[in-house]
Write a protein that binds this ligand. Structure first.
Ligand SMILES: Nc1nc2c(c(=O)[nH]1)N[C@H]1C(S)=C(S)[C@@H](COP(=O)(O)O)O[C@H]1N2
Ligand SMILES: [Mo]
Length: 233
Protein backbone atom coordinates (compact mmCIF):
# COMPACT_ATOMS: atom_id res chain seq x y z
CA UNK A 1 0.00 0.00 0.00
CA UNK A 2 1.01 3.60 -0.27
CA UNK A 3 0.82 4.81 3.31
CA UNK A 4 -2.84 5.57 3.56
CA UNK A 5 -5.10 2.56 4.16
CA UNK A 6 -7.88 1.63 1.75
CA UNK A 7 -10.45 2.42 4.41
CA UNK A 8 -9.07 5.93 4.85
CA UNK A 9 -9.11 6.52 1.14
CA UNK A 10 -12.64 5.27 0.91
CA UNK A 11 -13.73 7.68 3.63
CA UNK A 12 -12.17 10.59 1.79
CA UNK A 13 -13.55 9.64 -1.58
CA UNK A 14 -17.05 8.81 -0.38
CA UNK A 15 -17.36 12.36 0.95
CA UNK A 16 -17.47 13.48 -2.67
CA UNK A 17 -21.04 12.24 -3.09
CA UNK A 18 -22.93 9.94 -5.39
CA UNK A 19 -23.85 9.96 -9.03
CA UNK A 20 -20.62 11.63 -10.04
CA UNK A 21 -19.05 10.27 -13.17
CA UNK A 22 -16.37 7.69 -12.62
CA UNK A 23 -13.66 9.70 -14.36
CA UNK A 24 -13.70 12.21 -11.52
CA UNK A 25 -12.34 9.47 -9.28
CA UNK A 26 -9.49 8.49 -11.50
CA UNK A 27 -7.40 10.28 -9.00
CA UNK A 28 -4.51 9.55 -6.70
CA UNK A 29 -6.08 6.40 -5.33
CA UNK A 30 -6.52 4.67 -8.65
CA UNK A 31 -3.14 5.83 -9.85
CA UNK A 32 -1.52 4.46 -6.69
CA UNK A 33 -3.13 1.07 -7.30
CA UNK A 34 -1.99 1.14 -10.92
CA UNK A 35 1.57 1.87 -9.76
CA UNK A 36 1.44 -0.95 -7.27
CA UNK A 37 0.22 -3.30 -9.98
CA UNK A 38 3.08 -2.23 -12.25
CA UNK A 39 5.78 -2.64 -9.59
CA UNK A 40 4.57 -5.77 -7.84
CA UNK A 41 6.48 -9.02 -7.80
CA UNK A 42 5.41 -12.21 -6.06
CA UNK A 43 5.00 -11.86 -2.31
CA UNK A 44 7.97 -13.19 -0.29
CA UNK A 45 5.97 -15.96 1.36
CA UNK A 46 4.53 -17.28 -1.90
CA UNK A 47 3.69 -20.92 -1.48
CA UNK A 48 4.37 -20.82 2.24
CA UNK A 49 0.81 -20.87 3.51
CA UNK A 50 -1.26 -24.00 3.49
CA UNK A 51 -4.87 -24.94 3.79
CA UNK A 52 -7.44 -22.24 3.94
CA UNK A 53 -5.41 -19.03 3.65
CA UNK A 54 -4.03 -18.37 0.14
CA UNK A 55 -0.37 -17.29 -0.16
CA UNK A 56 0.42 -13.71 0.83
CA UNK A 57 -2.93 -13.16 2.59
CA UNK A 58 -3.69 -12.37 6.23
CA UNK A 59 -6.96 -12.87 8.07
CA UNK A 60 -9.21 -10.05 9.15
CA UNK A 61 -12.43 -10.07 11.14
CA UNK A 62 -13.86 -6.83 9.80
CA UNK A 63 -15.29 -6.24 6.38
CA UNK A 64 -13.38 -3.44 4.66
CA UNK A 65 -15.16 -1.40 2.00
CA UNK A 66 -13.31 -0.95 -1.30
CA UNK A 67 -14.58 0.83 -4.37
CA UNK A 68 -14.10 3.93 -6.46
CA UNK A 69 -15.86 6.20 -4.00
CA UNK A 70 -19.17 6.30 -5.85
CA UNK A 71 -21.79 4.33 -3.95
CA UNK A 72 -24.97 4.39 -5.98
CA UNK A 73 -28.26 4.49 -4.09
CA UNK A 74 -30.57 2.01 -5.79
CA UNK A 75 -34.20 1.54 -4.86
CA UNK A 76 -35.33 -2.04 -5.42
CA UNK A 77 -38.44 -0.67 -7.12
CA UNK A 78 -36.22 0.73 -9.87
CA UNK A 79 -33.71 -2.10 -9.84
CA UNK A 80 -33.32 -4.24 -12.93
CA UNK A 81 -30.79 -6.84 -13.96
CA UNK A 82 -30.34 -7.63 -17.61
CA UNK A 83 -28.52 -10.74 -18.76
CA UNK A 84 -27.81 -10.70 -22.48
CA UNK A 85 -25.37 -11.62 -25.19
CA UNK A 86 -24.61 -15.17 -26.29
CA UNK A 87 -27.70 -16.69 -24.66
CA UNK A 88 -30.83 -18.41 -25.94
CA UNK A 89 -33.10 -16.40 -23.71
CA UNK A 90 -32.00 -12.88 -22.71
CA UNK A 91 -33.79 -11.50 -19.66
CA UNK A 92 -34.55 -8.23 -17.90
CA UNK A 93 -35.27 -9.17 -14.31
CA UNK A 94 -37.19 -6.90 -11.96
CA UNK A 95 -36.63 -7.21 -8.22
CA UNK A 96 -39.75 -9.40 -7.92
CA UNK A 97 -38.60 -11.60 -10.81
CA UNK A 98 -35.21 -12.00 -9.18
CA UNK A 99 -36.61 -12.81 -5.73
CA UNK A 100 -38.95 -15.39 -7.28
CA UNK A 101 -35.98 -17.43 -8.55
CA UNK A 102 -34.58 -20.31 -6.48
CA UNK A 103 -32.71 -18.77 -3.55
CA UNK A 104 -29.41 -20.23 -2.32
CA UNK A 105 -27.55 -19.81 0.97
CA UNK A 106 -23.78 -20.18 0.62
CA UNK A 107 -20.95 -19.67 3.11
CA UNK A 108 -17.58 -18.71 1.66
CA UNK A 109 -14.26 -16.95 2.30
CA UNK A 110 -13.34 -13.59 0.78
CA UNK A 111 -9.81 -13.06 -0.55
CA UNK A 112 -9.00 -9.47 -1.49
CA UNK A 113 -5.97 -8.62 -3.62
CA UNK A 114 -5.03 -5.96 -1.03
CA UNK A 115 -4.02 -8.94 1.16
CA UNK A 116 -6.95 -9.44 3.54
CA UNK A 117 -9.09 -12.55 3.76
CA UNK A 118 -12.37 -12.84 5.64
CA UNK A 119 -13.69 -16.29 6.49
CA UNK A 120 -17.24 -17.63 6.74
CA UNK A 121 -19.33 -15.02 5.02
CA UNK A 122 -22.94 -16.16 4.78
CA UNK A 123 -24.42 -15.08 1.50
CA UNK A 124 -27.96 -15.46 0.21
CA UNK A 125 -29.16 -14.87 -3.30
CA UNK A 126 -29.44 -16.63 -6.64
CA UNK A 127 -26.69 -19.01 -7.71
CA UNK A 128 -24.78 -18.54 -10.94
CA UNK A 129 -26.05 -21.95 -12.04
CA UNK A 130 -29.69 -20.91 -11.56
CA UNK A 131 -29.17 -17.68 -13.52
CA UNK A 132 -27.37 -19.42 -16.37
CA UNK A 133 -30.05 -22.13 -16.50
CA UNK A 134 -32.54 -19.31 -16.94
CA UNK A 135 -30.79 -17.63 -19.89
CA UNK A 136 -29.15 -20.74 -21.38
CA UNK A 137 -25.72 -19.71 -22.70
CA UNK A 138 -25.00 -20.67 -26.32
CA UNK A 139 -22.16 -23.08 -27.12
CA UNK A 140 -19.67 -20.31 -27.85
CA UNK A 141 -20.34 -18.48 -24.57
CA UNK A 142 -17.19 -18.46 -22.44
CA UNK A 143 -16.92 -15.15 -20.51
CA UNK A 144 -19.03 -12.81 -18.46
CA UNK A 145 -18.54 -9.06 -18.60
CA UNK A 146 -20.29 -7.48 -15.63
CA UNK A 147 -21.41 -3.85 -15.66
CA UNK A 148 -22.28 -1.88 -12.53
CA UNK A 149 -24.14 1.29 -11.61
CA UNK A 150 -20.95 3.11 -10.61
CA UNK A 151 -19.37 2.52 -14.03
CA UNK A 152 -17.21 -0.35 -12.76
CA UNK A 153 -16.77 -3.42 -14.93
CA UNK A 154 -15.06 -6.77 -14.48
CA UNK A 155 -14.63 -9.94 -16.53
CA UNK A 156 -14.49 -13.59 -15.58
CA UNK A 157 -14.81 -16.98 -17.21
CA UNK A 158 -18.36 -18.34 -17.40
CA UNK A 159 -16.93 -21.45 -15.69
CA UNK A 160 -16.09 -19.43 -12.58
CA UNK A 161 -19.65 -18.19 -12.31
CA UNK A 162 -20.93 -21.77 -12.61
CA UNK A 163 -18.89 -23.00 -9.65
CA UNK A 164 -21.16 -24.15 -6.81
CA UNK A 165 -20.22 -21.25 -4.49
CA UNK A 166 -20.75 -18.43 -6.99
CA UNK A 167 -23.89 -16.36 -6.65
CA UNK A 168 -25.59 -13.03 -7.10
CA UNK A 169 -26.18 -11.98 -3.52
CA UNK A 170 -28.87 -9.91 -1.81
CA UNK A 171 -27.97 -10.80 1.80
CA UNK A 172 -24.82 -11.00 3.90
CA UNK A 173 -24.76 -12.61 7.35
CA UNK A 174 -28.55 -12.66 7.61
CA UNK A 175 -29.19 -9.05 6.62
CA UNK A 176 -29.93 -7.28 3.35
CA UNK A 177 -26.62 -6.39 1.73
CA UNK A 178 -25.52 -2.92 2.86
CA UNK A 179 -25.24 -0.23 0.25
CA UNK A 180 -21.47 0.15 0.70
CA UNK A 181 -20.99 -3.57 0.05
CA UNK A 182 -22.96 -3.43 -3.19
CA UNK A 183 -26.56 -3.55 -2.02
CA UNK A 184 -29.10 -4.26 -3.16
CA UNK A 185 -27.32 -6.83 -5.32
CA UNK A 186 -23.70 -7.87 -5.97
CA UNK A 187 -21.85 -10.78 -7.50
CA UNK A 188 -19.83 -13.13 -5.25
CA UNK A 189 -17.26 -15.43 -6.88
CA UNK A 190 -15.24 -16.82 -3.96
CA UNK A 191 -12.72 -18.70 -6.09
CA UNK A 192 -11.32 -15.40 -7.43
CA UNK A 193 -9.92 -12.26 -5.80
CA UNK A 194 -12.70 -10.03 -4.58
CA UNK A 195 -12.28 -7.35 -7.26
CA UNK A 196 -14.10 -9.81 -9.56
CA UNK A 197 -17.11 -9.75 -7.20
CA UNK A 198 -18.91 -6.78 -8.71
CA UNK A 199 -21.09 -4.57 -6.52
CA UNK A 200 -24.31 -2.75 -7.61
CA UNK A 201 -24.66 -4.86 -10.72
CA UNK A 202 -27.01 -3.92 -13.53
CA UNK A 203 -25.95 -5.90 -16.56
CA UNK A 204 -24.28 -9.23 -17.25
CA UNK A 205 -23.04 -9.69 -20.78
CA UNK A 206 -22.48 -13.31 -21.75
CA UNK A 207 -19.76 -13.23 -24.37
CA UNK A 208 -17.75 -15.47 -26.66
CA UNK A 209 -14.72 -13.26 -26.14
CA UNK A 210 -12.95 -11.84 -23.12
CA UNK A 211 -13.06 -8.08 -22.49
CA UNK A 212 -10.91 -6.70 -19.68
CA UNK A 213 -12.69 -4.72 -16.97
CA UNK A 214 -11.80 -1.70 -14.85
CA UNK A 215 -8.88 -3.12 -12.83
CA UNK A 216 -7.91 -5.70 -15.45
CA UNK A 217 -7.04 -2.82 -17.81
CA UNK A 218 -5.06 -1.14 -15.01
CA UNK A 219 -2.50 -3.80 -14.32
CA UNK A 220 -4.48 -6.36 -12.32
CA UNK A 221 -4.20 -9.97 -13.46
CA UNK A 222 -6.85 -11.03 -15.95
CA UNK A 223 -7.69 -14.28 -14.11
CA UNK A 224 -7.25 -13.40 -10.42
CA UNK A 225 -6.93 -16.84 -8.81
CA UNK A 226 -5.78 -16.26 -5.18
CA UNK A 227 -4.34 -19.78 -4.91
CA UNK A 228 -2.03 -19.04 -7.84
CA UNK A 229 -1.45 -15.53 -6.48
CA UNK A 230 -2.53 -13.95 -9.74
CA UNK A 231 -2.59 -10.43 -8.35
CA UNK A 232 -1.01 -8.18 -10.94
CA UNK A 233 0.23 -8.52 -14.49
N1 LIG B 1 -19.31 -1.86 -8.72
C1 LIG B 1 -18.13 -2.07 -8.11
N2 LIG B 1 -17.83 -3.30 -7.70
C2 LIG B 1 -16.66 -3.54 -7.08
C3 LIG B 1 -15.71 -2.51 -6.89
C4 LIG B 1 -16.06 -1.21 -7.35
O1 LIG B 1 -15.30 -0.24 -7.23
N3 LIG B 1 -17.28 -1.03 -7.95
N4 LIG B 1 -14.51 -2.78 -6.27
C5 LIG B 1 -14.06 -4.17 -6.29
C6 LIG B 1 -12.97 -4.38 -5.37
S1 LIG B 1 -11.44 -3.81 -5.88
C7 LIG B 1 -13.11 -5.08 -4.21
S2 LIG B 1 -11.77 -5.50 -3.28
C8 LIG B 1 -14.46 -5.48 -3.72
C9 LIG B 1 -14.69 -4.89 -2.35
O2 LIG B 1 -15.96 -5.25 -1.86
P1 LIG B 1 -16.39 -4.73 -0.42
O3 LIG B 1 -16.37 -3.23 -0.48
O4 LIG B 1 -17.75 -5.30 -0.17
O5 LIG B 1 -15.37 -5.26 0.55
O6 LIG B 1 -15.49 -5.04 -4.57
C10 LIG B 1 -15.20 -5.14 -5.94
N5 LIG B 1 -16.39 -4.80 -6.65
MO1 LIG C 1 -9.88 -4.70 -4.36
Amino acid sequence: MTGRSDAEWEKRLSGQGDGTHLSRFKTARIEAKERKAAEAGPSPDRGASEGRLPPGQHRTEDFPVLDLGVRPLIDVRDWQLSIKGRVERPVDLSWDDFRALDQSAITSDIHCVTDWSRYDNQWRGVSGVTLMNLVRPLKEAAYLIIHCHDGYTTNLPLQGFLEPHSLVATHWNGRPLAREHGGPVRVVVPSLYFWKSAKWIKHILVSDRDVKGFWETRGYHNDGDPWKEQRYG
